[in-house]
Write a protein that binds this ligand. Structure first.
Ligand code: F6R
Length: 243
């Protein structure tokens, strides 16, 4: 695993942005793996700035998000569909029809995971997957205990994750969905390049476990060690537990 220690989120964002910009030049219809959460925001911001500065044509770029709440209207402002639109599709000027988010509709969710993995495969696979990490080592909504070979599927959200995310739902845990649909760890590992971003001391333990711990479902992100091209970009605080 390649570890890059940066001064701040903007510096990390610039590294991601450069890699994606060069990819788009080589492959205008490249496939980006997208994440929600706070960690990738500076990266999206830097990419949007670079796309503008270099007038890069992004009209053919395709994308697949990591996860979505189950049973939440995609129009809801906190759905990941809405979030990806707001934070990625609009600022970068991507074609919304080319950007996919797992379908959390309860009536079709049983098959939605398999269909999503098939859609990724049909697109030729993900070229660069951006990832954040939870303090417990989760990636996507793959909480500790998730199979390292898993495909996209429905999962129950842990109580802790629902408490953490209540801030996006009027601080009312009852409004937080109980389930989600998430790319599996096996799905994530199929991407050709993984870029995991983590900032702040709260992530230090999870980063040490991910990079230097044993490969184990207790720290789902440790599966990155199985990948031939995984890059972990962290600030000093998130790197502070690395040996
Ligand atoms: C986001 C996702 C999550 C987050 C993780 C870290 O789509 O699947 O795994 O990446 O919870 O969140 P932040 O970046 O907000 O600390």
């Amino acid at each position: 695993t390649e570890v890059i220690i940066v001064k701040n989120q903007d510096e990390a964002g610039k590294i991601y942005a450069q890699r994606v910009a060069r990819l788009i030049e080589q492959k205008p219809d490249c496939v980006l793996g997208l994440a929600t959460g706070s960690s990738p925001l500076a990266a999206y911001h830097q990419l949007a700035a670079l796309v503008k500065a270099e007038s890069i044509d992004v009209s053919q770029v395709r994308g697949f998000a990591l996860d979505e709440y189950a049973g939440l209207d995609p129009q809801h402002p906190q759905s990941y569909k809405s979030t990806i639109n707001r934070t990625v599709v609009e600022p970068l000027g991507l074609d919304p029809d080319k950007i996919h988010v797992p379908n959390g509709d309860l009536s079709t969710i049983k098959d939605a995971g398999t269909m999503y993995d098939e859609a990724i495969e049909a697109a030729g696979g993900i070229d660069i997957q951006i990832l954040g990490i939870g303090t417990d080592g989760h990636i996507g909504f793959n909480e500790p205990g998730s199979s390292l070979a898993s495909g996209t599927r429905i999962k129950t959200l842990t109580e802790q994750t629902r408490i953490d995310n209540a801030r996006f739902f009027d601080d009312d845990i009852n409004q937080v969905p109980t389930h989600c649909i998430t790319q599996g760890i096996g799905t994530i590992l199929k991407a050709r390049h993984l870029v995991l971003l983590a900032f702040g001391s709260g992530k230090a333990e999870a980063i040490a476990e991910t990079v230097e711990g044993g490969i184990s479902s207790f720290c789902p992100a440790s599966a990155l060690q199985l990948h031939r091209r995984a890059t972990v970009i962290v600030d000093e605080a998130a790197a502070s537990r690395l040996r």
